[in-house]
Structure formats: structure tokens, C-alpha cells
Write a protein that binds this ligand. Structure first.
Ligand SMILES: Cc1cc2nc3c(=O)[nH]c(=O)nc-3n(C[C@H](O)[C@H](O)[C@H](O)COP(=O)(O)O)c2cc1C
Length: 373
């Protein structure tokens, strides 16, 4: 897809942007979207069509959350990147995205306590920063309800082992051909279970003060930066979102502390899900904005969470963000940047098929503009 100068001047989201060494042709990013179609935790060939449908030359895509180890899973059929088989299975998918000129990062993930014994090796308890379980189910976002079982609190000595799982997963992602990794530090999963004081009740150096609660996240960043280079590392954070029973008493301070601390590692980008969504998919008014974090962070800033085309254009035009990640609308509109270019109507997304196992339905069957009647 090529945009002429006149179109680019009109549509801030469609202006080019240089993210580190990556020359992006526009600013409409594919947000990470769990699809629950990676049977046996192995990415399937049908993901080639899914991701290439959403690839544009110079477009930036973030793959669905991908487990870093055998304790990282909490949902049915989510992909992993800790075995040789998984790495090999990712390769043709990544190659196909590259063949169309896309830039492709892998979102690496550990669910922590958002799991149950059924997903864990030998039926063991899920691991977390805490022994407190998640009381509420996640039915609200449509996922096949995992029945959470109480987690086991990681000992201080075990934490470096989990940091190392992230490091190895990042190395594997590069081996699979990905251009980089996005560390999943959002939505109440393991990293956020350390970050937020509503969850983290530790008394060691990983709990208590803001500095201590952020230690695990920053150790993961540090290990991955040393392994693959800062120019290939991004992180996703959602200080304002309380998904998976993860609240913080001062989300603004948490977001700001992380944005400032990340500068030390010179990572490529910080991707934040804004306060417009308190739960995934539920838009709310909020007194907070991402602007202080955007100002504090020195690398590329990506915003997400409830943005439509106008919100995205405004945010880019006002320099409140560099890039905007779109989730549900990109899922339902594989040609989303083109639709923005033409101000074309969008297909509606169907949440009932978000996490279903069909390799086509609600996945690769959303119509392109040309075929929309
Ligand atoms: C079906 C579905 C799957 C999602 N999977 C992930 C995921 O794997 N990782 C993640 O960080 N966020 C995930 N999210 C959140 C999205 O990336 C995005 O932040 C959210 O949908 C808000 O953006 P939107 O309003 O553009 O949809 C998911 C959301 C949906 C609807």
C-alpha cells in the first residue's frame, strides 16, 4: 500500500514513522490478539493467512501473546515459544509476514496466577507474586472461562529462573525470525502481578515500594536487552486496567515510574493501554491520560485501548503518541489502514468468535473492502 503526500498530510495515522531502525510506512499497528487456535501450544499454518491478511508493506504487527515456558499458559490453545517445535512452527508465519514487507514482533507472556492446575505441568499450582487467587472469572471478555486455582508464591530465589525463561523466549523469537519482542507487562498477568500493589503482597525486595514492585519487570527488560539488543525490545503496560483483578492504588505513579525507568535500558518502544478501558473492551471516561508517560519515555510510544480512527489521528496530530495499536477493529478489518485511507466503513467485530478454535471462522473470513457489498 502506498500513500501519496496529500493523503498523508490529511491522515496523521498514515504518515511514515521511523521506529529505531524500522521504517514504518504508517502508524496503524496490529495490537496483540490472543486467538486460541494454536493447538497443543504450537502455532498452526493457518496463522500465515491470518497475519498476512493484516500485513502491509512497512506496517508493524505484534503477534498474539505467546508463552515463555510450560508454566506460562492459562488459556486453551495459545502459542508458545519455549520448544524447538514451536520455534520451527513460527518460522513460516514470520517469513510470510516479512515477504509482504511487514515488521513483526512477538509478544512474550507468562500468565502467572491467571491459570489453573489443568494448564500446569504435573497439575501443579500456577505461580505468581502472591498466594492470593483471582476470585472473579474472566467471562466478561468472552474467553472460555478458566477456573482459576490458587497460585503458589514464587520464592525470591526462583525469580531469576523466570526472568531467564523470558530471556530464552526472546532469543527463540529472534531465532524464529521475529524482528523483536514485546514483553507482556499488562492485563494482570505475571509481570503485572508484581507491578501492582493490589496484587503484590511480598515482603522481599520484589514487593512493597514502587521500586521493589517494578524490579521483576525491569530485570526481565534488562535480561532481554542484554540477550537480543535494546533496539529489538518493546514492553506493553496497562497501569489503569484492572483486568484479572489487578488494581493499583496509584496507577499514574506506577505508569510514570515505569516509563522513566525504562529509559535506562534504551528499549525501542513503550506500548501502553490507556485509561479509556478499565476492562478489556469496556470504554470508560477517565481523569487520567497517557500523556505524562508519553512525555517521560524517550523511545517510541504506542497507545492502545478503545481508539477509533479519529481518536488515533488526533493523538498522533497532537503528538500524544507515535503509533496507535488497534485490536478489535484490526481483527475485523484485515485492511484497516486502507479503510482509514479511504474513510471507508468498518466491518463489525464478532466477540463470539474471538476465542473459538475454527481456523477460518471469526479469524480469516472477515471481508476485505473490495469484497464488501
Ligand atoms: C480477542 C482479543 C484478544 C486479545 N489478546 C491480547 C493479547 O494476546 N495480548 C494483549 O496484550 N492484549 C490482548 N488483547 C487486548 C488488545 O490488544 C487491545 O489492547 C484491546 O482490544 C483494546 O484495543 P481496541 O479497543 O483497539 O480493541 C486482546 C483483545 C481482544 C479483543
Amino acid at each position: 500500500m502506498a500513500f501519496n503526500d496529500r493523503e498523508q498530510a490529511k491522515i496523521p495515522l498514515l504518515t511514515p514513522y521511523k521506529m529505531g531502525k524500522f521504517e514504518l510506512s504508517h502508524r496503524v499497528v496490529l495490537a496483540p490478539l490472543t486467538r486460541c487456535r494454536s493447538f497443543g501450544n504450537v502455532p498452526q499454518p493457518h496463522a500465515i493467512l491470518y497475519y498476512t491478511q493484516r500485513t502491509t508493506k512497512g506496517g508493524f504487527l505484534i503477534a498474539e501473546a505467546t508463552g515463555v515456558s510450560d508454566t506460562a499458559q492459562g488459556y486453551r490453545a495459545t502459542p508458545g515459544i519455549w520448544t524447538k517445535e514451536q520455534v520451527e512452527a513460527w518460522k513460516p508465519i514470520v517469513d510470510a509476514v516479512h515477504a509482504k514487507g511487514g515488521i513483526f514482533f512477538c509478544q512474550i507472556w507468562h500468565v502467572g496466577r491467571a491459570s489453573n492446575t489443568g494448564y500446569q505441568p504435573n497439575g501443579q499450582a500456577p505461580i505468581s507474586s502472591t498466594e492470593k487467587g483471582i476470585m472473579n472469572s474472566v467471562e466478561a471478555n468472552g474467553i472460555d472461562v478458566p477456573r482459576f486455582t490458587p497460585p503458589r508464591k514464587l520464592t525470591t530465589q526462583e525469580i531469576p529462573l523466570v526472568v531467564d525463561d523470558f530471556r530464552v523466549a526472546a532469543r527463540n523469537a529472534i531465532e524464529a525470525g521475529f524482528d523483536g519482542v514485546e514483553i507482556h507487562g499488562a492485563h494482570g498477568y505475571l509481570i503485572e502481578q508484581f507491578l501492582k500493589d493490589g496484587v503484590n503482597d511480598r515482603t522481599d525486595e520484589y514487593g512493597g515500594s514502587l521500586e521493589n514492585r517494578c524490579r521483576f519487570a525491569l530485570e526481565v527488560v534488562d535480561a532481554i536487552v542484554k540477550e537480543i539488543g535494546a533496539d529489538k525490545v518493546g514492553i506493553r503496560l496497562s497501569p489503569f486496567i484492572e483486568f484479572n483483578a489487578s488494581a493499583d492504588s496509584n496507577p499514574n505513579a506506577l505508569g510514570l515510574y515505569m516509563a522513566e525507568s525504562l529509559n535506562k535500558y534504551k528499549i525501542l518502544y513503550c506500548h501502553m493501554v490507556g485509561p479509556m478501558m478499565k476492562e478489556v473492551g469496556v470504554k470508560v471516561e477517565s481523569p487520567y491520560t497517557l500523556v505524562p508517560m508519553r512525555k517521560a519515555f524517550k523511545g517510541t510510544f504506542i497507545s492502545a485501548g478503545g481508539y477509533d480512527m479519529e481518536d488515533g489521528n488526533n493523538a498522533v496530530a497532537k503528538k500524544e503518541t507515535d503509533l496507535v495499536a488497534y485490536g478489535r477493529s484490526f481483527l475485523a478489518n484485515p485492511d484497516l489502514p486502507k479503510r482509514f485511507q479511504l474513510s471507508a466503513p468498518l466491518n463489525n467485530y464478532n466477540w463470539e468468535t474471538y476465542y473459538t478454535p475454527d481456523p477460518v471462522l471469526g479469524y480469516t473470513d472477515y471481508p476485505f473492502l473490495e469484497t464488501t457489498v
